[in-house]
Design a protein around this ligand. Structure first.
Ligand code: CTP
Length: 407
């Protein structure tokens, strides 16, 4: 039996950005969500009811007086899994903050007990006005997720903060909120170990061999696991990001230090996700003093030694039987094979349970908030994860881990 679709209420208040909500609506319906659009009367001045009805496949009401026998002002909010208002005008924020309920959308906001996401859009002066600031603070204190508006061109010739974020961005945030709700607690009682960032191998006190890993994907994994109830240890190699809330962070620099930290935690970890990029080689000699330029213009020769392969080591040792071990593969295809051919070979070589494969031809993923990947299972399962936020990919990886965890 197919599970019931997720019920989303899309509130639209009266701003020029209402047209962008059409794109957001399409993203929800194309993902199989059941969407009820509740525009305000002012929103209908910008985009008419037929557009919302056609795109959502449902009739659209603005006031509480339509279909009164179905008590829509209570039912729509009560049965929603998520209410998102985009755009949310200054007026809508004020009404929501003060509990006013003079139309169907504001009634829905009062009856909803599910997560609420508001995506404000207004002129900079209105966003910065103390009244709006206070309303946003009140709403956030109540647990409403009020997204920061984007900066850029506003309705007229002016620019500044107040633009509605792109529909794709709002959609991702909503997916993340829904993911947190539906998966909350499924990793409770589990200890998971995540590595992130890129290691450094020093040549002398100031120079090192490093790589372009930003740590964003590893941090997203740690945050997602914590949100799902896991006890998370994050081994971070040279990452310049704030510590995720509720996560134990162990800082390392070199591959040897990363290995020691992972080997120390692996026996107690139900899952290990190796999202870090450990340097494969290190200089044989590390100079205590900064290496000087030679007077004759010659360059020094650096001899390299191979570093331990941590993923392979923990996959072979299996310090905790039944633990799920996940590797990452940043691949570019070459004349020996496609990205997936090389990744399948790597999965077998490393001996891990899951391999998350990124095609990095062109360097697209480094430092980017987005990622797309294919997750290969040693059991033959293949999950394609379309381009989306690193947070969304993190949740899919934990889904795959969770189904493989033993009781
Ligand atoms: N990895 C590791 N120890 C290393 C290098 C890599 O544990 N010394 C892990 C990474 O954290 C990642 C996976 O191995 O999860 C794949 O990394 P990648 O750099 O693609 O693999 P390589 O070992 O460099 O692959 P190859 O055998 O093709 O050189």
């Amino acid at each position: 039996m197919r599970p019931d679709p997720i019920r989303v209420v899309l509130g639209v208040s009266g701003g020029i950005a209402a047209y962008k909500a059409c794109e957001l609506l399409r993203r929800f319906t194309e993902s199989g969500h059941d969407v009820t659009v509740v525009p305000t009367a002012a929103a209908l001045e910008f985009v008419g009811a037929p557009t919302w009805a056609a795109l959502s496949g449902k009739p659209v009401a603005t006031e509480v007086w339509a279909d009164v026998h179905e008590v829509p002002h209570v039912r729509i909010g009560q049965s929603a899994d998520l209410v998102v208002v985009a755009p949310a005008t200054a007026d809508l924020l004020a009404k929501a903050a003060h509990g006013l309920a003079d139309d169907l959308l504001t009634n829905t906001l009062l009856t909803a007990r599910c997560p609420v996401v508001l995506a404000p859009a207004m002129h900079t002066e209105m966003w910065e006005h103390p009244a709006t600031r206070a309303n946003v603070t009140t709403l956030r204190q109540r647990g409403v997720l009020v997204i920061e508006p984007a900066e850029g061109r506003l309705t007229g010739a002016d620019t500044g903060k107040g633009r509605l974020p792109e529909p794709a961005e709002i959609f991702e945030i909503c997916q993340e909120v829904l993911a947190g709700v539906s998966r909350s607690g499924d990793l409770a009682g589990r200890h998971v170990l995540v590595t992130a960032g890129g290691t450094r191998e020093y040549l002398d006190p100031v120079r090192f061999l490093g790589n372009r890993s930003s740590g964003l994907q590893g941090y997203a994994l740690a945050r997602a696991a914590a949100a799902r109830g896991a006890d998370v240890t994050l081994v971070a190699a040279n990452v310049a990001l704030p510590d995720p809330a509720g996560v134990k962070v162990v800082r390392v620099e070199s591959t040897a230090q990363l290995r020691d930290a992972v080997v120390a935690e692996a026996p107690s970890a139900d899952a290990v996700v190796m999202a870090a990029a450990p340097a494969d080689f290190r200089p044989v000699d590390v100079s205590d003093a900064k290496i000087k330029k030679a007077a004759d213009g010659s360059a020094p020769t650096v001899a390299l030694a191979q570093n331990p392969d941590i993923l392979r080591e923990i996959s072979t040792e299996r310090a905790r039987p039944g633990a799920v071990i996940v590797g990452f593969a940043a691949e570019t295809g070459d004349d020996t094979g496609t990205v997936l051919d090389l990744a399948r070979a790597k999965l077998a070589r490393k001996g891990c349970d899951l391999l998350v494969v990124n095609d990095v031809s062109g360097g697209a993923v480094f430092g980017s908030p987005d990622n797309e990947a294919v997750i290969l299972g040693a059991d033959g399962r293949v999950v394609e994860v379309p381009r989306g936020s690193k947070a969304a990919l993190a949740h899919v990886i934990w889904d795959e881990v969770a189904t493989r965890l033993q009781d």
